[in-house]
Design a protein around this ligand. Structure first.
Ligand SMILES: Cc1cc2nc3c(=O)[nH]c(=O)nc-3n(C[C@H](O)[C@H](O)[C@H](O)COP(=O)(O)OP(=O)(O)OC[C@H]3O[C@@H](n4cnc5c(N)ncnc54)[C@H](O)[C@@H]3O)c2cc1C
Length: 405
């Protein structure tokens, strides 16, 4: 069930590169078709969406953002955001896996170009279509992404890491893990680094299973991660910088796009249900139509939110100062909170429009999976944590005049 959008769609206007963008869209749609065919069993069995990810590899979609000189296609943020959206209309887990992978690729592309080890690794990602997972959540720190417990230890040019990685999406299926860690055993927990470990350099000991309400196909189980490698695998930029410039904005943008896709598919189902109901009552507008109207208008707001943050990020990408400005950092965090809350409300409005037909699991209008999947959005880095961290920034920053006049 696709939510067709035309070329003027604000989520993906890559001006001056229409053919390229159309090509990426066609490849994404090929993956989405496979994902849609398997979405029910992926959700029911909480299994990795192997068919869709294989098709993603066959379509060469995993490395589109890597620069051309390293073997990639140099695709824009808009292209990646658009792929996330298209996949999410078909299968939330497939889309979230793609989003998480691209966040790691973006970190490597921006923060490691002057490091030969990472340049070689990026070329490998292109040639072998490697799938990257991420590990930030850890034992006692839980969702506090800006603190790490496990330290990197050093023996000459070699490094080791052992980490209680309580959540690693598709950890068992990934070709590499990009992980945060404390810089050294004597470093404070906020002095973090980001390290890339290819599959052959780590082992995973199962710690926690992934039997959840939604996003079941992400298979985000917990493991003890034991890794060793070369010092060069550590990205040279400190994680503090990587987090502010790439990890957080990229995560919040691509996740928001995934949530928009889930919400769009829910709206599409609600609209189909309304038409179906109206036909059965000789064209009378069903009473639940008010919820459809609400869902539609909230979806427009959500799309506007994602698009305006995308444009803002694209503009800021060219300036380190713009990326770390208080204003941009505040927007990066607020987009996550706002987009997740809006997406939940859209899916719930669509559900109210469908009534029992949405509640049932055996109708074409069922919305159980959408509700379960979208409920992950406010807790995927808890909104409360984000809002309470934003408190000091809200006090320090001046409210722009245009906002209040
Ligand atoms: C689908 C999915 C996929 C994921 N994939 C990955 C992955 O691949 N890799 C990875 O590392 N992690 C992953 N995560 C974990 C994610 O990044 C967060 O770590 C996790 O969602 C936070 O879980 P939490 O709510 O238990 O933790 P916490 O953020 O620690 O929150 C626990 C509780 O404390 C409250 N709380 C926390 N801080 C505050 C505060 N300052 N003020 C008020 N209340 C607060 C929260 O509201 C919550 O009720 C994934 C999560 C999901 C849902």
């Amino acid at each position: 069930m696709a939510w067709n959008i035309d070329c003027s769609d604000p989520l993906s206007p890559r001006l001056g590169a229409e053919d390229f963008t159309q090509g990426i869209r066609a490849r994404a749609d090929a993956v989405a078709a496979v994902a849609a065919n398997n979405v029910v069993s992926v959700d029911l069995e909480a299994r990795f969406p192997a068919e869709a990810i294989d098709t993603m590899r066959a379509q060469g979609l995993l490395a589109i953002m890597v620069p051309q000189d390293l073997g990639g296609e140099g695709a824009s943020l808009s292209d990646v955001v658009d792929v996330c959206y298209r996949l999410a209309v078909a299968c939330s887990s497939t889309a979230m896996i793609y989003a998480m992978h691209q966040i790691m690729v973006a970190c490597l592309v921006r923060h490691s170009r002057n490091n030969p080890w990472h340049a070689r690794f990026l070329s490998r990602i292109c040639a072998e279509q490697l799938l990257l997972a991420s590990s930030t959540t850890e034992g006692r720190h839980g969702g506090d992404i800006r603190a790490s417990d496990a330290p990197v230890t050093y023996v000459g040019s070699r490094i080791n890491l052992e980490k209680q990685a309580t959540v690693i999406s598709y950890g068992a299926n990934a070709d590499a893990i990009v992980t945060t860690a404390r810089r050294a055993p004597d470093a404070p927990d906020s002095d973090q680094v980001l390290v890339a470990f290819p599959r052959e350099t780590y082992s995973l000991e199962p710690l926690l299973e992934w039997d959840t309400l939604g996003m079941r196909g992400t298979c985000s189980a917990g493991f003890i991660l034991r890794a060793s490698g070369e010092r060069d695998q550590i990205l040279r930029d400190p994680y503090e910088k990587i987090h502010a410039q790439t990890m957080a904005p990229m995560a919040h943008l691509t996740w928001a796009s995934v949530w928009t896709g889930i919400a769009a598919d829910a709206l599409q189902r609600a609209q189909a249900f309304m038409r179906h109901a109206a036909r059965r009552t000789s064209g009378q507008v069903p009473p639940g139509a008010v919820h459809l109207t609400r869902a539609r208008s909230s979806l427009e707001t959500l799309r506007w939110l994602v698009t305006s943050f995308l444009r803002r990020y694209e503009r800021a990408l060219h300036s380190d100062d713009a990326l770390v400005s208080l204003d941009f950092q505040t927007m990066t965090n607020l987009i996550k909170v706002e987009a997740s809350e809006l997406a939940v409300s859209i899916v719930l409005s669509a559900f109210r429009a469908c009534g029992l037909s949405g509640y049932r699991n055996d109708t074409e209008f069922t919305l159980g999976r959408h509700i379960r999947d979208i409920l992950s959005s406010p807790i995927m880095i808890n909104n409360e944590r984000i809002l309470s961290n934003l408190g000091p920034a809200a006090l320090m920053s001046t409210v722009p005049k245009w906002l209040c006049s």
